[in-house]
Design a binder for this molecule. Structure first.
Ligand SMILES: Nc1ncnc2c1ncn2[C@@H]1O[C@H](COP(=O)(O)OP(=O)(O)OP(=O)(O)O)[C@@H](O)[C@H]1O
Length: 330
């Protein structure tokens, strides 16, 4: 018997690690575009899941944005059914008419369809094919955009979306390995033209910035960026927990938050408390910026009788009798 190619083994090990601790009886569902990352993930899951006593399903989304996209989705679904995935779904979505740019709209439509499919099948988890390279790109983009620790924490290996556990087993596997794994298994990945389109910041990071960094600083750069994300994610989770407890303790029985309690907090905890509270009041997370939180913070730490702070969604927060309170809309 031919020896197992190391990249194939690396992807299988990563998937086995992630699935080993999974609870729930339903199938695991691989989100597969047909690209090298999710194709390698799918092939590994088809091998590993049954050996762990789990059913493996696959879902592919047709964004309908390129000629031939329906055929691509159908080809992925045929391949999946042929190697034993069950259930297999090819789900068409409508991207036009959603808010945000085309990339954000496609992403939103994709996640909605993926999660809806996972719920329909009572899936134990939805598996995504993001790799260490994707993580490194995410961290660099967040750094360049001033995203703060939450951005630098990158993509989590596990999180829940609408009750569905989203898992990213390949965050420690390089894109090189997913390509090599596909080649070793005789699989031909679909090349998404968007991935090479210089109109997208992520494509430019992928094609120009990361290779330049690796040339200048050595190939460990990718690993180091991904490790940075893990370290920051752990710190961020700890700060979030402290902030949740501090928010509960700062609530005033008369409504709003007590300024004294807020003033006693460390700045990193206080800004998180204010951010969480503003979201609770109804400010949309996407529109809530550093500037808004800084203005709220000034009501606590730089008080000089200033007026109410305006938050997204027409909300106004004022300092009143030692509390931060939601002011009446004008
Ligand atoms: N059309 C799709 N249908 C199903 N899942 C998708 C689709 N597009 C992306 N995904 C899932 O989201 C993950 C990230 O996709 P994205 O396009 O951001 O990265 P990528 O590196 O190009 O991944 P891939 O090589 O697998 O296409 C994919 O690995 C896959 O799990």
């Amino acid at each position: 018997m031919a020896a197992l190619a190391p990249p194939v083994a690396a992807v299988r090990v990563a998937v086995r690690r992630m699935l080993a601790g999974l609870t729930g009886d339903g199938p695991v569902l691989v989100a597969c575009s047909g690209g090298a990352d999710s194709l390698a993930l799918a092939a590994a899951t088809a091998f590993v899941a049954p050996r762990l006593g789990r059913r493996a399903g696959l879902v592919t989304v047709d964004h309908g944005l390129q000629p031939g996209s329906a055929e691509r989705a159908a080809a992925v679904a045929r391949w999946a059914a042929g190697i034993g995935f069950d259930p297999v779904d090819a789900v068409p979505v409508t991207v036009a008419g959603r808010p945000g740019g085309p990339e954000a709209a496609a992403r939103e439509a994709r996640y909605q369809a993926l999660v809806a499919t996972a719920r329909r099948h009572d899936a134990a988890a939805l598996l995504l094919g993001h790799t260490r390279d994707d993580q490194a790109e995410t961290v660099l983009l967040a750094l360049a955009r001033g995203g703060g620790p939450r951005g630098l924490a990158g993509m989590p290996a596990r999180r829940e979306l609408d009750g569905v556990p989203l898992l990213r087993p390949l965050l420690d596997v390089g894109r090189d390995d997913t390509r090599k794994a596909c080649a070793a298994l005789g699989l031909t990945p679909w090349e998404d033209p968007h991935n090479a389109d210089p109109a997208y910041a992520r494509s430019r990071v992928r094609a120009d910035v990361l290779p330049a960094l690796a040339r200048a600083l050595g190939p460990a750069v990718l690993d180091n960026l991904a490790r940075t994300a893990r370290l920051v994610a752990a710190d961020t989770a700890a700060l979030d927990e402290l902030a949740a407890a501090a928010l509960a303790a700062a609530r005033s029985p008369r409504g709003g938050l007590a300024v004294d309690a807020l003033a006693a907090l460390l700045p990193a905890v206080r800004t998180r408390v204010l951010h969480a509270w503003a979201r609770e009041l109804g400010a949309s997370p996407a529109a809530l910026s550093h500037r808004h939180v800084t203005a709220l913070d000034a009501l606590v730490t730089g008080w000089h009788g200033q007026g109410a702070v305006h938050l997204p969604g027409g909300l106004r927060v004022a300092r009143h009798e030692g509390r931060l309170v939601l002011a009446e809309p004008r």
